[in-house]
Design a protein around this ligand. Structure first.
Ligand SMILES: [Zn+2]
Length: 324
């Protein structure tokens, strides 16, 4: 069923490497039997089948994900296998999000050596025809000192890191407080997307746009409650990265029909479909298109032409240096 959507599902603009380490990735990464068995057990504890009761459940699962890295003292095989499988699945572009902080604290590797490993994996993916935009995620948990350090790290590695993101629990002003750093990096040429309005009011989305200069918004769910914001997103053509399965499983909506996806389209906002954490939410980009198709059909809309436009949006809004 998803094969009919595979042609459209070529650009995933919201893909976290750590939440997207599927069993297939682990199998491909480790060839010895014991490693595979151990990895399988680990991965099975990191899947979500039913909507979680609250976001903390998700973060508990994420801690399990990080334990997968205990399998090896090197992340290289995982990164290579993940991108290779994405290329083989027909993906042409990934905005590929990672946080150096988490890896650094787990392995005691320097951030530079973590980045080296990403660089090797990305070069390998490029050879396979997959364009990758390395996107470093700042966390709202970050201390001011740590965020300043990461800003300098990004500036020192700007040839490789081409975009930045902000993630983590949204509180009053927690998005705006990153404004000075994000503005400075934007002036230096970095592309900007920000997780906002996932678990908070639309205020966080306003801050992402006005204070941080976001070109795209991750999730943007609560924009649906703010008609002025809907108009602004449409007027300035700020894309919303819609992650249907993620939003449903994280309990943002009781079913997909009540997802504000259609409201965004009606408002004229450029929507892109994305997976977020493919392994944890057990989805693929083609499956996200399939789910969007169901929503559009049940609303008696012309699904074929709308999905085609969404696919074109994904090409247009990708943080890409090459035309893919
Ligand atoms: Zn995300």
């Amino acid at each position: 069923m998803t094969t009919q959507f595979a042609k459209l599902a070529t650009h995933d603009l919201h893909f976290h490497y750590d939440g997207s380490i599927s069993r297939e990735v682990v199998r491909a990464a480790f060839s010895d039997e014991i490693g595979v068995k151990y990895a399988k057990a680990r991965v099975e504890r990191t899947l979500i089948n039913e909507p979680v009761k609250n976001p903390d459940d998700f973060f508990a699962i994420f801690q399990q994900v990080m334990k997968i890295f205990n399998l090896t003292d090197d992340i290289q095989p995982i990164l290579e296998a993940q991108l290779e499988l994405a290329a083989r699945d027909g993906l042409k572009h990934l905005d590929y999000r990672f946080g150096c902080g988490a890896l650094n604290s787990r392995f005691g590797l320097s951030e530079g050596s973590v980045l080296d490993r990403f660089q090797i994996a990305v070069s390998h993916a490029n050879v396979l025809g997959l364009d990758v935009c390395p996107t470093l995620c700042f966390s709202r948990h970050e201390s001011k000192d740590r965020a300043d350090h990461l800003m300098n790290f990004v500036l020192e590695n700007e040839e490789f890191v081409r975009a930045i993101d902000l993630e983590g629990p949204e509180g009053p002003n927690t998005t705006a407080s990153f404004g000075p750093i994000f503005r400075k990096l934007k002036d230096a040429g970095l592309r900007i997307t920000i997780h906002a309005g996932e678990f908070s009011s639309s205020e966080s989305i306003w801050q992402a746009i006005d204070d941080c200069g976001a070109e795209r918004i991750g999730h943007g769910f609560s924009a649906a409650t703010d008609s002025e914001l809907l108009r602004r997103l449409a007027k300035d053509q700020i894309a919303v990265e819609v992650c249907l399965t993620s939003n449903y499983l994280m309990g943002l909506c009781s079913d997909l029909k009540s997802h504000p996806f259609l409201k965004f389209l009606e408002a004229g906002i450029p929507v892109v479909l994305c997976t977020d954490d493919q392994a944890i939410f057990q989805t693929t980009l083609a499956r996200e298109y399939e789910k969007a198709d169901e929503i559009l059909r049940s609303a008696k809309l012309n699904s074929q032409s709308i999905l085609k436009a969404i696919s074109e949006n994904s090409r247009r809004f990708a943080f890409s240096e090459v035309l893919v």
